[in-house]
Ligand binder design. Sequence first.
Ligand code: NDP
Length: 356
Amino acid sequence: SHYSYAVLLAEALNNPEKAAKHFKKTLKHQGDHPFASYDLALYYHQEGKYKKAQKYYHRAIAVNPELQTPQNDSAFIIPEIPKETIAATVVQEKEETPQRPQLTDTVLITGATSGIGRASAFEFAQKGYQLVLTGRRADRLESLKGELQASYGIGVTLLQFDVRDQEACQTAFDQLNDLQIEIDILVNNAGLAMGLDPIHKGDIFHWETMIDTNIKGLLYMTRLISPGMVARQKGHIINVCSTAGKEVYPNGNVYCATKHAVDALTRAMRLDLAAYNIRVSQVAPAMVEETEFAVVRFEGNEERAKIYEDFQPLKAKDVAETIAFIATRPAYVNIQDVVMLGTQQASSTQVHRTGR
Ligand code: NDP
């Protein structure tokens, strides 16, 4: 009961201090609880009390060696402990381990330099996850890393590449392998709309850019990351779809087609990966502000990009919170699809532009 209450306090009620008290009470009653020490390690790490964090991490891996990963070791700055030493102290049956996601899992977010991807980086960082952030704009990635490390003290690895370029995706993935970083959660977010023209006037370059980014880029990344998940029998892929993947709207033709492809791929991946204990989810938002989506769609035309002023759309943070919620459900729960619209938007074409 103490443990369940502590998790509730930490994750839903945003009261980490009180949660820590109940994690300690859990340990008082059950010294070898499989997760309480680990949760305390995370708590103290987030508080910047690294020595205490390290102490609890030691205790956690002695009880539950599955919690020891290279990423956790470096996060808690711990020297290598020979596996036999840990095994000798362990009185833990695997079947007894309750399913609970590890909060220092590593999340790779494509398109983290702006909008929903950037907001998601903050959501995961706040929860203590390690991050791999990608995008084409190196300066943005660097400043984001600085901000996240200063605020949350988490590990951030940057990979600058274009998801349309299969070789560049492979090179980035090889870099991860060299660093011995395994991806637990892949957020396929990088994407864009370009243009808003009827089909007979469509710009072929726009079409190819959208298809190459939204469909092929997502596939390249999934193809590279998913085999490791299959091998480890653990992982979560979260695709950023759109309401444009659920319905079509005038002049949205190719963008809608790419997001319909994402919708189909989410369902198809789920069928293929369920057997390997891999979760597949997607979030399908309608219009989202605090992003560069409209500016990109209208190629820098700030006037045309003013599409959010006369109603309240979703904010990037709303979508990011949903992505983080999906990722932090217990390991046996797979939220497959979340469709999100601002209250004033009922469909792609029905927006009540009556002011904010
Ligand atoms: P932003 O333009 O703010 O962010 C898009 C991100 O994708 C940027 O970080 C950009 O990084 C990255 N990106 C784009 N092309 C590439 C590429 N070729 N290679 C690598 N990264 C790339 O828009 P959003 O945050 O709104 O978009 C995120 C996702 O949300 C997209 O998939 C979009 O379709 C979807 N979406 C957005 C909605 C909205 O209204 N905003 C509504 C529904 C869905 P960089 O330029 O540095 O490479």
